[in-house]
Design a protein around this ligand. Structure first.
Ligand code: NAD
Ligand code: UDP
Length: 313
C-alpha cells in the first residue's frame, strides 16, 4: 500500500483523483485550504480509514511521510485565479517549492498539475510539448500562466540539481461532475445556464476553440504518468484532441438539455486564447497507449446529470 499526498484534493479534479487512488488500494492524505474546493466533494470518502483530510495552505511548508505527491493545489478557473492574483502566483510558486522541498526530504516522487495555459495564445497548432508558448507576462491571465511556468521551472531544476523524482503533466480543458456550478468555466457555465433557462453567455463570436477532456480520462493519464520510469519526467500533454468551437459547444449543450435558453454574446476577455488542441503523441507513446476514451457527448451527458441533481437540492 502506497501513501500518497494530494494537494488540492477537495477540488474538482483532486476529488476524483483521491477516489481513484483509494479504489486502487492506496492510502491518501488530502490537503486543501477550501478556496475553490469543498468538503462536499470528498465527504463520501471520510468513512474510509485510509483517507485523511488536512486543512492546510500549500504556501506554507507541510510535513508528512508519503511515497508520492500529486500537486494540484491552485484555483483553475479564470474568475477564481484572478480574484486574488498575487495569491495565485504564491500558490503556484511557493506551493511548488514547498512540495518539492518535501519530496526532496522524504525522497518521494512528485507530480505537477501544469496546464495548457503554459502555451498561452498558441501560434503552433496543435500544441506539442516542445512549443515554448506565447504568454503575455503582464496580462490578466499571467498570474496563472506564469505561476505555472515558474512551477515547471522549479520542478525541472529540483530534478537537475537535487535528483528529485519529478513528473510534469500539462492538462488541457477538463470537465465533469464536481465542477463548481459558479466556477465560471465554459462547460459548467453553459450547462447550469441551460438547465436554469438563463441566457447562454458566449464570450466573443464563439469561434475560439477548446478541446474538452472528461475527468476520468485525465485521472487515468495522471496515474499512468506517476508510474512511468524515473527517467521520464515529461512534460506531457494530457487532453482530448477533439477540438470544438465555443459556439458549437453551446449548441450541443442546448440540444442535450432540451433547453429554451437563448445564446447571447458578451465581450471576449483580454488574452483569451483563440485556439487550443493538444498533440498527445508523447502521452500515447510513454503512457502505455493512453488516449481519451470518453468523447464529448458521453461526458456531457454525465455532467448534465450531475448538475441536474445538484440544482434540485
Ligand atoms: P479546482 O479549483 O476545483 O481545484 C483546486 C483545489 O486547490 C481546490 O480544492 C482549492 O481549494 C485548492 N487550493 C487552491 N489554493 C490552495 C492553496 N493555497 N493551498 C491549498 N489548497 C489550495 O480546480 P481543478 O480544475 O480541480 O484543478 C486542479 C489542478 O489542475 C489545478 O492545479 C489546475 O491548475 C490544474 N488544471 C486544471 C485544468 C482543468 O481544466 N480543470 C486544466 C489545466 C490544469
Ligand atoms: N467562455 C464563454 N462563456 C462562458 C465561459 C467561457 O464563451 O460563460 C469561453 C472563454 O472565453 C474561453 C472558453 O470559453 O474562450 C473556455 O473558457 P474557460 O474559462 O472554460 O477555460 P480557458 O479559457 O481557461 O481555457
Amino acid at each position: 500500500m502506497k501513501k500518497i499526498l494530494v494537494t488540492g484534493g477537495a477540488g474538482f479534479i483532486g476529488s476524483h483523483l483521491c477516489e481513484k487512488l483509494l479504489q486502487t488500494g492506496n492510502e491518501v492524505v488530502c490537503l486543501d485550504n477550501y478556496f475553490t474546493g469543498s468538503k462536499t466533494n470528498i465527504v463520501h470518502l471520510l468513512d474510509n480509514p485510509y483517507f485523511e483530510l488536512v486543512r492546510h495552505d500549500v504556501t506554507m511548508p507541510y510535513f508528512v511521510e508519503v511515497d508520492e505527491i500529486y500537486n494540484l493545489a491552485c484555483p483553475a478557473s479564470p474568475i477564481h485565479y484572478q480574484y486574488n492574483s498575487i495569491k495565485t502566483i504564491k500558490t503556484s510558486v511557493m506551493g511548488a517549492i514547498n512540495m518539492l522541498g518535501l519530496a526532496k526530504r522524504i525522497k518521494a516522487k512528485v507530480l505537477q498539475a501544469s496546464t495548457s495555459e503554459v502555451y498561452g495564445d498558441p501560434i503552433i497548432h496543435p500544441q506539442t510539448e516542445e512549443y515554448w508558448g506565447n504568454v503575455n507576462p503582464i496580462g490578466p491571465r499571467s498570474c496563472y500562466d506564469e505561476g505555472k511556468r515558474c512551477a515547471e521551472s522549479l520542478f525541472v531544476n529540483y530534478n537537475f540539481q537535487n535528483n528529485v523524482r519529478i513528473k510534469i503533466i500539462r492538462i488541457f480543458n477538463t470537465y465533469g461532475p464536481r465542477m463548481h456550478p459558479n466556477d465560471g468555466r465554459v462547460v459548467s457555465n453553459f450547462i447550469v445556464q441551460a438547465l436554469k433557462g438563463e441566457d447562454i453567455t458566449i464570450y466573443g463570436d464563439g469561434s475560439q476553440t477548446r478541446s474538452f477532456q472528461y475527468v476520468d480520462d485525465l485521472i487515468e493519464g495522471m496515474m499512468r504518468m506517476m508510474n512511468t520510469p524515473d527517467s521520464f519526467t515529461g512534460p506531457v500533454n494530457i487532453g482530448n484532441p477533439n477540438e470544438f468551437t465555443i459556439l458549437s459547444l453551446a449548441e450541443k449543450v442546448l440540444e442535450m438539455t432540451n433547453s429554451k435558453s437563448k445564446i447571447i454574446h458578451l465581450p471576449l476577455p483580454a488574452d483569451d486564447p483563440i485556439q487550443r488542441q493538444p498533440d498527445i503523441s508523447i502521452a500515447k507513446k510513454e503512457l502505455d497507449g493512453w488516449e481519451p476514451v470518453i468523447q464529448l457527448e458521453e461526458g456531457l451527458a454525465k455532467t448534465i446529470n450531475y448538475f441536474k441533481i445538484l440544482l434540485k437540492k
